[in-house]
Design a protein. Structure first.
Ligand code: GLU
Length: 447
């Protein structure tokens, strides 16, 4: 009997009401999988797909902390331990007032496939809290992180669940969480990734996500006969960690990036963002918490307030901000401006409508679970280094990252190749990520 996507989605929506992002993530994966599981009925047995869309465990907890005025604040923390078939749960923590359980379920679900694609032994998980770090003092951020870990520590561990950063969680927050974890368990272990280099972090972790997106883009463009990143004009929608290192790698590979952005607007630099500009941009948010407008003012560049970067001419577009930041209208604008490839550098940044528009137009499109996997891949390498109590050189790490991105691209081609020779990277990533997890689940029985 052929697999019925609508019936399946009806059940998912009924069981997980008011979680539209989770529905969207499941819809995208299940639509890719339907023809594949029709051709391979073993994957429809024993409610395998039903089990895959149900997190193994969800923890939700109170995070009380005291602000600088002596007032008690109460946030809600979560950890979604989605799937541990191929390794310990692994995935970042997001701190943002927009965080809901539904957001973290979508992210944990995506992470399961992304981590599988890296080829490393990592399951899928995601966590976070509805905490807004903007405008908080350093001491407040520290007290919050300590309170968050004071509950979470009992649910994580280097062989159980290894959180990391995500939006709103960078090196500073990871440091505070690691310190509190170590104090509580009295063990020095690799429980978090993205740590400082002095206490178990991996060289190359900071660069990994942004570099990885561009290594992947280069493979896509070359395979399609479009000549790689060299000479290409790239537009992107961030200026944080992913954005800055993405620009650095584009420059290294002979292309140019013409935009940087934050939630309030974007800066247009038609001549391309240089190394000198990057020196200014790297600490702009990470250290000084300043808006992107400062960059425009410092160098006299055009700042388009309230606009998104998708309105400028470019060959390659890299959404690097957040979910659903690129919609159908943006997609049409990009096509009208000559865009040839959209390579996602965030989790689910394109809406389903936008993806359909790209596919219909026949341009290259890569989902974040493939092209954005470089960060978690190097997190996996950080885990390996922590286990062997040894540090690899940056060249070693970046070399392995390049290999991982190459392998992910090959997997997408293997599972997403169409009869006309072109590749549907959405299908390729979803099916390629699925097979390994599915095989492990089948082998491990109904658990
Ligand atoms: N938050 C990143 C992601 O979405 C990194 C996760 C990690 O390093 O574990 O993949």
């Amino acid at each position: 009997m052929s697999f019925d996507v609508s019936k399946f989605m009806e059940r998912v929506i009924a069981k997980n009401p008011a979680e539209p992002e989770f529905h969207q993530a499941v819809q995208e994966v299940i639509s890719s999988l339907a023809p594949f599981v029709d051709a391979n009925p073993r994957y429809q047995k024993d409610a395998l797909l039903e089990r895959m869309v149900e997190p193994e465990r969800v923890v939700s907890f109170r995070v009380p902390w005291v602000d600088d005025q002596g007032q008690v604040q109460v946030n809600r923390g979560y950890r979604v331990q989605f799937n541990s078939a191929i390794g310990p749960y692994k995935g970042g923590c997001r701190f943002s007032p927009k965080v809901t359980l539904g957001t973290l379920k979508f992210l944990g679900f995506e992470q399961t496939f992304k981590n599988s694609l890296t080829g490393l032994p990592m399951g899928g998980g995601k966590g976070g809290a509805d905490f807004d770090g903007v405008g908080k003092s350093d001491a407040e951020v520290m007290r919050f992180c300590q309170a968050f870990i004071s509950e979470l520590f009992r649910h994580i561990g280097p062989d159980t669940d290894v959180p990391a950063g995500d939006l709103g969680v960078g090196g500073r927050e990871i440091g505070y969480m690691f310190g509190q974890y170590k104090k509580l368990v009295n063990r020095y272990e690799g429980v978090l990734t993205g740590k400082g280099l002095q206490f178990g972090g991996s060289l190359g972790r900071t660069e990994a996500t942004g570099y990885g997106v561009i290594y992947f883009a280069d493979h896509m463009l070359k395979r399609a006969g479009l000549g790689g990143i060299e000479g290409k004009t790239v537009a992107l929608s961030g200026a944080g960690n992913v954005g800055c290192y993405l620009i650095e790698n584009v420059n290294r590979m002979g292309g140019k990036c013409v935009t940087v952005a934050d939630p309030f607007g974007f800066v247009y630099v038609p001549s391309g963002i240089t190394e000198e500009h990057l020196e200014f941009l790297k600490p702009l948010w990470a250290v000084y918490r300043r808006p992107i407008k400062d960059f425009a003012e410092k160098y006299g560049f055009e700042y388009r307030e309230g606009h998104r970067a998708w309105e400028v001419p470019c060959d390659v577009a890299c959404p690097t901000a957040t979910q659903n930041e690129l919609d159908g209208e943006d997609a049409k604008r990009l096509l009208n401006n000559g865009c040839k490839a959209v390579v996602e550098g965030a989790n689910m940044p394109s809406t389903l409508e936008a993806i359909e528009i790209f596919h219909d137009a026949g341009i290259l499109f890569s989902p974040g679970k493939a092209s954005n996997a470089g960060g978690v891949a190097v997190s996996g390498m950080e885990m390996s280094q922590n286990s062997e109590r040894y540090s690899w050189t940056k060249e070693e790490v970046i070399g392995k990252l390049q290999q991982v991105m190459f392998n992910i691209h090959e997997t997408c081609v293997e599972y997403g190749k169409k009869p006309d020779g072109t590749v549907n990277y959405v299908n390729g990533a979803n099916i390629g990520g699925f097979v390994k997890v599915a095989e492990a689940m089948i082998a491990q029985g109904i658990v």
